[in-house]
Design a protein around this ligand. Structure first.
Ligand code: T3D
Length: 262
């Protein structure tokens, strides 16, 4: 994809690696453009049935490159609003709207928009020494790239507010206790653990999993009656897939299902 955003597909799993380790994978504009391209490719390619985001080196990502922010400011470049709307906001929408599971394998510090990107994923597996840092307050900014939406829902308003207002840090163990991570593993086991789960998800009924994601994400802002109606609507779609028929046949024939993702 580019030198700073690596993209590889193997066994139905696409892996996007933020690759600017000397700057803790802080995002520059070319990197954000390449990330957008990788996310579009993962959505387009039917062979991709699960996506993993991770970082090279000792960080997941330290968020927006602050040298670039200063340069933009000095040169009268793009406004914050325009920058967010054309880069991070699109990436967050692409992750949350992708009808395939997205895992963050958080290998180290995830700060600012790096933390937001991890929070946008469906599942987070953290290395023991990973940290989530709401770094925005430290540079006089508000949490962006979805953090004001994700965090209060995931950990409650009060804790989320305190974390954001103090630029607080959450260790991997705290993240797990707060429900911000599904699993914490030793650093050397992270890639293997993430791959194992990604493979399992990639071998699942991709269409039904994608619709599950769509329904649950929508239910986060809706009412129960709306969720019931939407579930019934989506079940019409899932119920007509080859994977549904295969799942039922496998059960009745007492054998494991072989889902094709259709
Ligand atoms: O319009 C818009 O785009 C607005 C969007 C804003 C979204 C945001 O993400 S705002 C938040 C931006 N991120 C931060 O404020 C975090 C800044 N980084 C840190 O606080 C620390 O680096 C960490 C706590 C993440 C890690 O600390 P440490 O001590 O382990 O590493 P370090 O020595 O600070 O960093 C190592 C290198 O990475 C260093 O470069 P050098 O001196 O060795 O050449 C450092 O400058 C660089 N680096 C780390 N984070 C960034 C960065 N360079 C540019 N931008 C960064 N965000």
């Amino acid at each position: 994809m580019s030198d700073t955003i690596l993209y590889a597909v193997e066994d139905g799993v696409a892996t996007v690696t933020f690759n600017r380790p000397d700057k803790l994978n802080a995002f520059t504009d070319p990197m954000l453009a390449a990330l957008g391209k990788a996310l579009r490719e993962a959505a387009r390619d039917d062979a991709v049935r699960c996506l993993v985001l991770t970082g090279a080196g000792r960080a997941f990502s330290a968020g927006q490159d602050l040298a670039d922010v200063r340069e933009r400011d000095a040169s009268g470049g793009m406004s914050f609003r325009e920058h967010l709307e054309t880069t991070y906001n699109r990436a967050i929408a692409a992750i949350t709207e992708l009808e395939k599971p997205v895992l963050a394998a958080v290998n180290g510090v995830a700060a600012g928009a790096g933390a937001s990107l991890a929070l946008a994923c469906d599942v987070r597996i953290l290395a023991e020494d990973a940290r989530l840092i709401l770094a925005f307050a430290g540079v006089g900014l508000v949490p962006d790239s979805g953090s004001t939406w994700f965090l209060p829902r995931m950990m409650g308003y009060e804790r989320a507010f305190l974390l954001a207002a103090t630029g607080g840090r959450v260790s991997a163990a705290e993240a797990e206790a707060l429900g911000l991570a599904s699993q914490v593993v030793p650093g050397e086991a992270l890639a293997g653990t993430a791959r194992e789960l990604a493979l399992r998800l990639a071998q699942g009924p991709t269409k039904a999993i994608g619709l599950t994601k769509r329904a649950m994400r929508r239910a986060l802002t809706g009412r129960l009656d709306e969720a019931l109606a939407y579930e019934a609507q989506l079940q019409e779609i899932a119920g007509r897939t080859a994977d549904h028929r295969e799942g039922v046949a496998a059960f009745l024939e007492k054998r494991p299902a072989r889902f094709a993702g259709r």
